[in-house]
Design a protein around this ligand. Structure first.
Ligand SMILES: Nc1ncnc2c1ncn2[C@@H]1O[C@H](COP(=O)(O)OP(=O)(O)OP(=O)(O)O)[C@@H](O)[C@H]1O
Ligand SMILES: [Mg+2]
Length: 233
């Protein structure tokens, strides 16, 4: 479904992504784990067209998307829920969700909204509430719901559990599994390696701009190096 080959990304003189390659197959949950500054968010931003690679190729659903404008990438079904939620604080929950549907035909929006509310009943209860007053967990649900409004084939989630209480982390991971069961392929960036690898089909470990290790979720969960570095021994 997604095939990334030898991409390189710079911020000015900083070489943030060094020749990385990886794949996501239809129906998988693929986890991308790594420490602060490893290049996980930079990778997602490059896939969604917000940053550009200087080499290699990025193919999504058999199309070369490396030079495609970001809004066309979204319209093709590669949808990015960024780190830190980024909801529109002054707008209501429902207005935020409508913003997520900007690439979609108008006649499909009402159905999509009902689908999102089915996954997130909490958002339906709070549809008229201003997003800035939602709790952190609710804002994460809203950010994910906004992504779903774009009808993703592949949903990229950047640290959805960041800063949330354990009970909310559990809920967010349950929702990710439900979305996956409903047919959405997932690329999941997480610092919570334990939770991410537990639900992942496969995973990749990133260190300072390179991929150092790959395997199934279970293999990585039981790998000694991964345990020492990311799972507290
Ligand atoms: N706008 C920017 N300008 C310059 N350097 C940047 C910029 N954004 C990120 N970097 C650098 O690129 C590297 C990768 O950053 P990135 O945000 O992709 O890491 P990350 O793996 O997502 O980390 P975290 O887990 O903390 O979110 C870091 O060294 C970071 O300092
Ligand atoms: Mg990041």
């Amino acid at each position: 479904m997604l095939s990334v080959y030898n991409i390189n990304v710079w911020y000015g003189a900083i070489h943030a992504i060094k020749n990385i390659s990886f794949d996501v197959n239809d129906g998988e949950i693929v986890a991308l784990i790594g420490a602060n500054g490893a290049g996980k968010s930079t990778t997602l931003k490059t896939l969604s067209g917000l940053l550009r690679s200087r080499s290699g190729s990025i193919k999504f659903m058999d199309q070369d998307i490396m030079h495609m404008p970001a809004e066309r990438i979204v319209a093709n079904g590669l949808v990015h829920v960024p780190e830190g939620r980024r909801v529109f604080a002054q707008m209501t929950v429902e207005e935020n969700l409508d913003m997520g549907a900007y690439t979609q035909p108008k006649e499909t929006i009402a159905d999509n909204l009902e689908r999102v509310y089915a996954h997130f009943p909490r958002l339906k209860e709070r549809r008229r509430q201003v997003a800035g007053t939602l709790s952190g967990g609710e804002q994460q649900m809203l950010a994910m719901g906004r992504g779903l409004m774009a009808n993703p084939k592949l949903l990229m989630l950047d640290e959805p559990s960041m800063g949330l209480a354990p009970i909310m982390v559990e809920q967010i991971f349950e929702i990710i599994e439900l979305l996956h069961k409903a047919g959405t392929t997932i690329l999941l960036v997480e610092q919570n390696a334990q939770a991410a690898l537990s639900i992942a089909t496969r995973g990749y470990v990133m260190e300072t701009g390179t991929i150092t290790l790959t395997g199934t979720g279970q293999e990585l969960l039981h790998n000694d190096d991964v345990r020492k570095a990311y799972l507290g021994g």
